[in-house]
Design a protein around this ligand. Structure first.
Ligand code: NCD
Length: 303
């Protein structure tokens, strides 16, 4: 039995195979419509979500399976003081697979150590978000054809943004990927990630200036400033508008730039960009559903 807590647990071959399955689902959805008949996915969401939870649910329904779960901690026994370990043991009696989001880093790992069914990390605090990365990878693959030799700009809240941490961990396994880290000084990528990139001889370029970095980028991954992870509201208010991508700022961008964002967007991408052919963030939402379908099939061992 296998869980997915960190994107690095998947080999490159497995990622290739998930991408291939997702592309096949896109082309032949009917082939998959009963693959998970009789199976149940439990979505245990201790933190707000629109895309991740609904896309897991849509994914399971499109595989012919069923879904149960909760969308806030207050409606579960956590409100009575139940541990994540006990919740995981309990839900193992009802479902075949769990998708868990939790504000505490490591909670889905604890769940996976106590559950008797696969657990998927659907985002743990400021740590990791492997299934968002699967959505990002399918989007990059479909837009760029592959992952080698890309210059990837990551912009916004690189400190608390779990999607950024997981995406870096995935892309660092391909050849000649360059990372351009664009953030205010207060929201820089954590040192432990930066140091490990440098140790592996990655070209990592840190800047506060989005426009100066723009011309080099093949991918621009915008992120929201993660309000819920701040210790004080004043600091959030000071930093929240650090980067707002407008058509003006894209003037010097490559004509084949791909703009990604895990969403939700607050105001860091102007809606004026939504119709630009380089905007990929709503395609990314759809890709997330297909990759979650592929992942559920893999973890349930459905052929
Ligand atoms: C992200 C998350 O929850 O980390 N959203 C998502 O799952 N698509 C990004 C965010 O909340 O800013």
């Amino acid at each position: 039995m296998r869980s997915l807590i960190d994107i690095a647990e998947l080999s490159l071959d497995e990622i290739d195979s998930l991408l291939a399955t997702a592309n096949d689902i896109i082309d032949n959805p009917e082939k998959y419509s009963e693959k998970c008949k009789g199976k149940k996915l439990a979505t245990l969401f201790f933190e707000p979500s629109t895309r991740t939870r609904l896309s897991f649910e849509a994914a399971m329904y499109e595989l012919g399976g069923n879904v149960l779960g909760f969308s806030e901690a207050t409606s579960s026994s956590t409100a009575k003081g139940e541990s994540v370990a006990d919740t995981a043991k309990t839900v193992s009696c009802y479902a075949d697979i769990i998708a868990m989001r939790h504000p505490k880093e490591g909670a889905p790992l604890v769940a996976s150590m106590n559950a008797s069914i696969p657990v998927i990390n659907a985002g743990d605090g400021g740590h990791n978000h492997p299934t968002q990365t699967l959505a990002d990878l399918l989007t990059i693959k479909r837009e760029k054809g592959g992952f080698d030799n890309l210059t990837v700009g990551l912009c916004g809240d690189l400190k608390f943004g779990r999607t950024v941490h997981s995406l870096i961990n995935a892309l660092r396994r391909y050849n000649n990927v360059k990372f351009v880290l664009i953030s205010p000084n207060e929201l820089k990528l954590p040192d432990y990630i930066k140091e490990s990139l440098k140790k592996d001889n990655f070209e990592v370029f840190e800047t506060t200036d989005l426009e100066a970095a723009m011309p080099k980028l093949d991918i621009l991954y915008m992120t929201r400033v993660q309000r819920e992870r701040f210790f004080n509201e004043e600091e959030y208010l000071r930093l929240k508008d650090s980067y707002i991508l407008t058509p003006e700022k894209l003037k010097n961008a490559k004509s084949d730039l791909s703009i990604l964002h895990p969403l939700p967007r607050v105001n860091e991408i102007s809606v004026a960009i939504d119709d630009d052919p380089r905007a990929c963030y709503f395609k990314q939402v759809l890709n997330g559903k297909y990759m979650r379908m592929a992942l559920i099939l893999m973890l349930l061992g459905v052929k």
